[in-house]
Design a protein around this ligand. Structure first.
Ligand code: OSB
Ligand code: MG
Length: 368
C-alpha cells in the first residue's frame, strides 16, 4: 500500500457532559484525526491521546510532535506491505503507542478498503453486532449517580461501569447495587488505590461486581497479582497493559482475569489482535475499552469488538452519549444493549468532511 499523502488535524469537540475519573475531569476534547491517502483511497483514524499526561504519559501535544516530526514523514512516500509494516522505518522510536496506533489504524482502514471489505472482516471479526456498556464518570452525589444509572439501564446498556475513587466507593456502589440488584455492574478506579487499602477493596468484593478495573498503580502488575489472590471479583487490567508481553506477564502472575483492550493504548490493532489471541488461548475474556472517542475512533473499536474473544460488553456507547453531533454519518446507536458493526468498506461510516474541515484548528499535511 503506497501512502502518497497524509493530513493530520486537530478538531475540538465538547463533551455533552463533564467526565470525571479518579485522576481528574474533562469537558473539552482535542481530537486528532489522521487521513492517509494512496491507491486512490483514504484511510481514517483517531489518535486517542488525552489532553493531559494522566491516563498515559502521552498528550495531544506529544502525539502531534511524534506524528508530525517522525511518524508521518517516515510513512509518506513509502510502499508498505500492509498496516503492520507502515512503521518499519522507525523501529528505534520507543514508546508513544497512541501516536503509533494512529498511523497503523488509518492503515488498517485503507487496507480493508483496498480489499473492498469491512474493517471488522479484515480484522477477523465474527459478530454483526456487539454488546455494549456505558462508563459513568464520578458524579456530584450518589443521588445523581443513581439517576444516571437508571437512565442508562432504561436505554438498554448491557453493563454499567462506575468510576470510583477513595471516599466515593464502597457506600456509593452499595447503594447502586441495592437499587439495581441484577444489573451487570463494574467499577473502574484508574489506579486510585494501593494494597494498603485492602479493607476497602475487600468491602467492594462483596458487591457482586462483574469486575474491578485497574484498582492499583498503572505500572504495578505485581501488586495486582497480590490483590487478585485476595479477591473473588475478577481484576481487569487497563492502564497496565501496553503489549502482548504485558498481557503474558499479567496472566503468568495471576494479576488479572480480564483485559480491557484499547487499540490506542497497545500501539494499534495488530497488537490488540495479539493480546486477544493470548487471552482466547487462556480461555479468558476481553472487552474493548473507550477513550471518549469521536465516531472515527468508535468505528475502529466496534470493528475490533467483533472478534470472537470480545465476549464482554465494551465501553462503546452511542454517539449521543458523548456528543451533541458526531462527526460521522450515520452516528452510532444502541439497541437492546448492542451496537451494529458497520458492513461498508473500511470503517464503514462516512466522516463528515465539511464539518471536520470547519472545526479544524490545526492541520499538518505531508506529501504532494
Ligand atoms: O479508564 O477506561 C478508562 C475515558 C478516558 C480515560 C480512561 C477511561 C475512560 C473511560 C471512558 O472509561 C470510556 C468511553 O469512552 O466511554
Ligand atoms: Mg479504565
Amino acid at each position: 500500500m503506497k501512502i502518497e499523502r497524509a493530513v493530520l488535524r486537530e478538531v475540538p469537540l465538547r463533551l455533552k457532559e463533564y467526565f470525571e475519573i479518579s485522576s481528574g475531569g474533562k469537558q473539552d476534547r482535542r481530537i486528532l484525526l489522521l487521513t492517509l491517502h494512496g491507491e486512490g483511497l483514504e484511510g481514517w483514524s483517531e489518535c486517542v491521546v488525552g489532553e493531559e499526561p494522566s491516563y498515559s504519559y502521552e498528550t495531544t501535544e506529544t502525539a502531534w510532535h511524534i506524528l508530525t516530526d517522525y511518524l508521518l514523514p517516515a510513512v509518506v512516500g513509502r510502499d508498505a506491505s500492509g498496516p503492520e509494516d507502515l512503521l518499519a522505518p522507525v523501529p528505534w522510536l520507543r514508546g508513544h503507542p497512541m501516536a503509533k496506533a494512529c498511523v497503523e489504524m488509518a492503515g488498517w482502514d485503507m487496507a480493508a478498503r483496498m480489499d473492498g471489505i469491512s474493517l471488522s472482516k479484515k480484522l477477523g471479526g465474527v459478530r454483526g453486532r456487539v454488546p455494549v456498556g456505558v462508563s459513568i464518570g464520578i458524579q456530584k452525589s450518589d443521588a445523581a449517580l443513581l439517576d444516571k444509572v437508571a437512565g442508562y439501564v432504561d436505554e438498554g446498556y448491557a453493563r454499567i461501569k462506575i468510576k470510583i475513587k477513595p471516599g466515593r466507593d464502597v457506600e456509593m456502589l452499595a447503594r447502586v447495587r441495592e437499587a439495581f440488584p441484577v444489573t451487570l455492574l463494574m467499577a473502574d478506579a484508574n489506579s486510585a488505590y494501593r494494597l494498603s487499602d485492602i479493607d476497602r477493596l475487600k468491602a467492594m468484593d462483596e458487591l457482586g461486581l462483574t469486575m474491578f478495573e485497574q484498582p492499583l498503580a498503572y505500572d504495578d502488575i505485581r501488586d495486582h497479582a497480590r490483590l487478585q489472590a485476595q479477591l473473588d471479583t475478577p481484576i481487569c487490567l487497563d492502564e497496565s497493559i501496553h503489549s502482548v508481553q504485558d498481557a503474558r506477564l499479567a496472566l503468568e502472575l495471576g494479576a488479572c482475569r480480564i483485559i480491557n483492550i484499547k487499540p490506542g493504548r497497545v500501539g494499534g490493532l495488530a497488537s490488540a489482535k495479539r493480546i486477544h489471541a493470548v487471552m482466547v488461548a487462556a480461555r479468558l475474556p476481553v472487552w474493548c475499552g473507550g477513550m471518549l472517542e469521536s465516531g472515527i475512533g468508535r468505528a475502529h473499536n466496534v470493528a475490533l469488538a467483533s472478534l470472537p474473544g470480545f465476549t464482554l460488553p465494551g465501553d462503546i456507547s452511542a454517539s449521543q452519549r458523548y456528543w451533541e453531533q458526531d462527526i460521522v454519518d450515520p452516528e452510532f446507536t444502541v439497541h437492546e444493549g448492542h451496537m451494529k458493526v458497520p458492513t461498508g468498506a473500511g470503517i464503514g461510516v462516512e466522516p463528515d468532511r465539511e464539518r471536520i474541515e470547519e472545526l479544524t484548528v490545526r492541520r499538518a499535511a505531508f506529501g504532494d
